[in-house]
Design a protein around this ligand. Structure first.
Ligand SMILES: Cc1ncc(COP(=O)(O)O)c(C=O)c1O
Length: 393
């Protein structure tokens, strides 16, 4: 067989760090080991029954066997606008300010192809969700990392960035509640972001994947709630996490009309829109008034409490997250993130994500997903306790 050479663009793509973790977990499971897999970000609970019913009904609707309109059905875009008004008091024009997409992952990739020329500069969080870099690399753009430090609540300190970098930057990715650090934003931080972005002419791309998952009764702000945000940026919202629909691939971007227009135009070339039944089910999820999301957040909050409590019991003194369904925990002295991750996997059969996979400033941390039952999270802590690394007081 002849092996063809990859394009330069393909060669620029970074390694998929977490593919390796999945393969190692697979190997242990094949050996019959009972692995508690807290290394990924795939929700473990099902969508609401009425959303599943809407999908089933939608599959029987003859309209949906045909290609959907390029920009998606108007009723779904209207549901998006209604949702933003209801949840965040943000006015969205369903025709000009909404782009539907097959999950936000593809949107995060598309935005770089829409906005960036070869050599342009983008600001990326470090640590950060790895997929931002993939789109930037494919577009042959340059990136500057914005450090997220614990002492600043994992928010960028704009006054610490050089004027030159801010002036050069064409676009900036932000993500709050944050994966992986679990840092949360405030309205004041987003107000400051709008000011900085306007001053330096930077397009803000706010990834709001965990927007619904805030703990201790605190509602997480939308970037678009800040005055002037729509002038200077967009927000991506996915149904994967809020409604446990990760496998369904449904998300949207809202905000700046010119940027949304580019996303819709690129998608006109790449796809026809989402399967109509998914659009019907997505509409159901966004517009139904129920306690589904509230109950889901309660589940994650209880899991957080169980994990933090059980880890403290074994002598690992950690703080719990304020949002997302992750915990971002400092590794004990004497280990790198990779070494500690490997130790937990091999000796305790607990899979977590090494902080290193999210960037250089992820070193010193591991990420636990709150994506198994309270019982299994307690068991994970007990297994780690048996390794004798931590000292009980
Ligand atoms: C921060 C962040 N953004 C985006 C995504 C992509 O989500 P989806 O493509 O399912 O919408 C994820 C998924 O894990 C994520 O953690």
């Amino acid at each position: 067989m002849r092996t063809f050479e990859q394009s330069d663009a393909m060669k620029r793509l970074p390694d998929q760090f977490f593919a390796k973790l999945g393969a190692e977990v697979g190997r242990l499971v094949a050996e019959g080991k009972d692995v508690i897999h807290l290394g990924q970000g795939s929700p473990d609970l099902p969508p609401a029954d009425d959303v599943i019913e809407a999908l089933q009904k939608g599959a029987e609707n003859p309209v949906n066997h045909k290609y959907a309109p390029f920009k998606g059905f108007a009723y779904f875009r209207e549901a998006v606008a209604e949702f933003y008004k209801e949840e965040y008091d943000v006015d969205i024009d369903p025709d000009k300010e909404v782009a539907l997409m097959f999950g936000s992952k593809i949107g995060l990739f598309e935005i770089s192809q829409c906005m960036l020329n070869s050599g342009d500069t983008v600001l990326l969080p470090n640590p950060g969700y790895p997929d931002y870099l993939s789109g930037v690399a494919l577009a042959n753009a340059k990136h500057e990392f914005v450090p997220l430090y614990e002492k600043n609540g994992f928010l960028p300190a704009y006054d610490q960035l050089s004027k030159d970098v801010l002036d050069r930057a064409k676009m900036m990715f932000l993500n709050y509640p944050n994966n992986p650090t679990t840092g949360v934003a405030t309205k004041e931080f987003f107000d400051e972001t709008v000011d900085v972005a306007k001053k330096h002419d930077i397009c803000v791309v706010h990834d709001f994947a965990y927007g619904a998952i805030g703990f201790d009764g605190v509602k997480q702000p939308s970037f678009l709630s800040s005055e002037g945000a729509k002038d200077i940026g967009i927000e991506l919202y996915t149904l994967s996490k809020t409604y446990n629909m990760a496998g369904w691939r449904v998300a949207f971007a809202v905000g700046n009309e010119s940027v949304i227009g580019m996303l819709n135009e690129l998608q006109n070339h790449l796809f026809t829109s989402l399967f109509g039944a998914i659009q019907e089910a997505g509409t159901k999820a966004l517009t139904t008034k129920s306690t589904y999301v509230e109950e889901l957040v309660d589940v994650y909050e209880r899991r957080r409490d169980v994990l933090v409590e059980s880890l403290r019991e074994i002598g690992w003194h950690v703080e719990g997250p304020k949002g997302t369904f992750f915990a971002w925990l400092p590794v004990p002295e004497g280990y790198t993130s990779d070494e500690f991750t490997q130790l937990l996997l091999e000796k305790a059969h607990v899979a977590v994500a090494s902080g290193r996979g999210f960037g250089t400033l992820g070193e010193g941390y591991v990420r636990f997903g709150l994506l198994d039952s309270e019982e299994r999270l307690r068991e994970a802590a007990e297994r780690i306790g048996k390794l004798g690394i931590f000292k009980k007081e």
